[in-house]
Design a protein around this ligand. Structure first.
Ligand code: F6R
Length: 609
């Protein structure tokens, strides 16, 4: 998703802006640009494609200036061309923007009627013209921005600079995240960015704009105002982002590195929620009475939604609490009825997903207690929650979520035990048994990873498929969904997942000898049912790839291949079977030569609807 940065300092900024943009690359983008002011003159460079194209442009046509803004664009309105790339300019005003201006068509028509000529297909250009129009009417920059903001509908973060003003930058936030970085005496300057990671090379003193806030920055000050124009103060804290190492280590891709980090990050997450000595879960800081809670409402998007589905199985089966799970983009407009005294749980790696954040606001307005499972502790979702359950996965850079997903499952499994204990359906002996099974997970995942070369071989065959079907039952159904999503997003092979029992209600018509069917079937109480569905596929010539801790003979039919999993307690089986589906997608994409870490069209942090 789009990334914005801005710097006012005492050194040339163009290169530093590009460095900051590189740290936002993981969000996904298809063009980039920077604008600076030097000797009162505003100038910009933009390029389609990756940041190296922008660097080439800056090499041949450098930009001077100690104030500037930069942007990575993930196209929403208009193709990813150089003309549509930010920063946009009108008169002496230059703007970068993340988010969507929903009423841009109306504003565009109005501005065109006023004689403004649009160069781009973007929604952002209206912002530049609106501010420029206010200034031609005599407003000072601050007043021009404040008035223009009142015309904008939608969710956005934006930054504006003005020709002739080398010590002034104005930013605003409505919905999309916006961090402010504060320089120090040795290196004076002020910084803005879509997240603290972008600003980590410059400063760790960070504050965040709240919804509706806007800020007037100079090299050594930041005056923050709320929606009504009243000056407000926002807490400055020391961000941990700088300490987070963002490199690939010995791996070819971030995704490979992140898959391999899973034993470590799951151990780290477990140690946060488990008293290892006592073999008990520890949620002493979580102030929710699950004994009296009528229901838990979960919403999330994509992979995090699938984690929510696994959570539903775990919390209902082991914790004895009814759970509803929704896709956040559906939930937010469904106006669901919410029980008095209820609680809503949001699951998100980035903590910035626009639909999840909007669902959270809805639940807040219905007086629900808000719990979140988030990976980015400084994120908007974390900050808006009453109770935060962190996943300690570290920064996830690969667009396809892997370690954040299994850490989400880890927290959900531990939470299911806690809920079961509070509701009196898990006794001490069972709690210890389940905790022991969780503690085994990192070792079992390492065992699966040690056989990755077999999955690599198998993936070379899979890379020739046009379509792939994934099947699973019970808690393995969301893992099948996750497997299909991973394959689609990074290899671009069409994949679908079905609950195995649903097969004969339609999708079985797809089966022929060209169709790989990946069956996720740990030996649990639904194993026999899944096996019969698998045999129905085999009888119709489907090429079965069997993922199970059972022996191959248990399949009772011809298998094209098998990925043998180590024996695990059924409680933790989704955590183990998630690994081979990640590896299958990863190696298939590698065989196909796609851009694994930044697949086409995708953004890491989806901050627009
Ligand atoms: C898929 C993937 C996405 C995200 C989804 C939600 O690999 O990563 O489906 O899970 O966009 O993002 P977060 O978890 O940041 O809310």
């Amino acid at each position: 998703m789009c990334g914005i940065v801005g710097i006012i300092g005492t050194e040339p900024v163009a290169e530093r802006l590009v460095d900051a943009l590189k740290r936002l690359e993981y969000r996904g983008y298809d063009s980039a640009g920077v604008a600076t002011i030097h000797n009162h003159v505003l100038d910009r460079r933009r390029a389609k494609g990756k940041l190296k194209e922008l660097e080439k442009r800056l090499h041949t046509e450098p930009l001077e200036g100690m104030i500037g803004i930069g942007h990575t664009r993930w196209a929403t309105h208009g193709k990813p061309t150089e003309v549509n790339a930010h920063p946009h300019i009108s008169g002496g005003v230059s703007v970068v923007h993340n988010g969507i201006i929903e009423n841009f068509k109306t504003l565009r028509a109005e501005l065109e009627a006023d004689g403004y000529v649009f160069e781009t297909e973007t929604d952002t250009e209206v912002i530049a013209h609106l501010i420029a129009r206010e200034m031609t009417r005599g407003a000072e920059p601050q007043q021009a921005v404040q008035t223009s903001l009142t015309h904008l509908e939608g969710a956005f973060a934006l930054a504006v600079i003005f020709a002739g003003h080398e010590d002034l930058m104005i930013g605003a936030r409505r919905g999309s995240p916006f961090a402010i970085g504060y320089g120090n005496d040795e290196e004076p300057g002020m910084y803005i960015g879509s997240d603290a990671i972008a600003l980590a090379p410059f400063t760790n003193k960070i504050s965040y704009l709240e919804d509706g806030d806007w800020v007037v920055l100079t090299k050594n000050s930041a005056a923050i105002y709320d929606e009504d124009g009243a000056e407000v103060s926002r807490k400055i804290s020391l961000s941990q982002a700088g300490a987070l190492i963002v490199d690939k280590g010995n791996h070819r891709h971030f995704m490979a590195k992140e898959i391999h980090e899973q034993p470590d990050v799951i151990s780290r997450t477990l140690s946060h929620y488990i008293d290892l000595g006592a073999e008990r879960v520890d949620f002493s800081e979580l102030d929710i009475d699950f004994k009296t809670l009528p229901r838990l409402t979960v919403s999330a998007c994509g992979t995090a939604y699938y984690a929510g589905l696994v959570g539903k199985y775990l919390i209902e089966r082991w914790g004895g609490l009814p759970v509803d799970v929704d896709i956040a983009s559906e939930f937010r407009y469904r106006e669901p009825l919410m029980a008095d005294g209820g609680a809503a749980l949001f699951i998100s790696q980035s903590g910035e997903t626009a639909d999840s954040l909007a669902s959270l606001s809805y639940c807040k307005s219905k007086a629900q207690k808000i719990i979140s499972i988030v990976n980015v502790q400084e994120s908007s979702i974390a900050r808006e929650s009453d109770e935060v359950l962190p996943t300690l996965a570290g920064p996830e850079i690969g667009v396809a979520s892997t370690k954040a997903f299994t850490c989400q499952l880890t927290v959900l499994a531990a939470l299911a035990i806690h809920i079961g204990v509070q509701r009196g359906v898990i006794n001490e002996a069972l709690e210890k048994e389940l905790v022991r099974s969780l503690v085994e997970v990192p070792r079992l995942i390492s065992e699966v990873l040690s056989h990755e070369s077999d999955i690599d071989d198998l993936s070379s065959q899979l890379s020739h498929a046009k379509d792939v079907l994934y099947l699973g039952r019970g808690v393995s159904f969301p893992i099948a969904l996750e497997g299909a999503l991973k394959l689609k997003e990074i290899s671009y092979i069409h994949a679908e997942a079905y609950a195995a029992g649903e097969l004969k209600h339609g999708p079985i018509a797809l089966i022929d000898e060209t169709m790989p069917v990946i069956v996720v079937a740990p030996e649990d109480d639904l194993f026999d049912k899944t096996i019969s569905n698998m045999q129905e596929v085999a009888a119709r010539g489907g090429r079965i790839i069997f993922i199970s801790d059972a022996d191959g003979e248990a399949a009772g039919c011809e298998l094209s291949s098998m990925i043998k999993l180590p024996k695990a307690h059924t409680f933790v089986s989704p955590l183990i079977s998630a690994i081979p589906v990640q590896l299958l997608a990863y190696y298939t994409a590698v065989h196909m030569g796609t851009d694994v870490d930044q697949p086409r069209n995708l953004a890491k942090s989806v901050t627009v609807e």
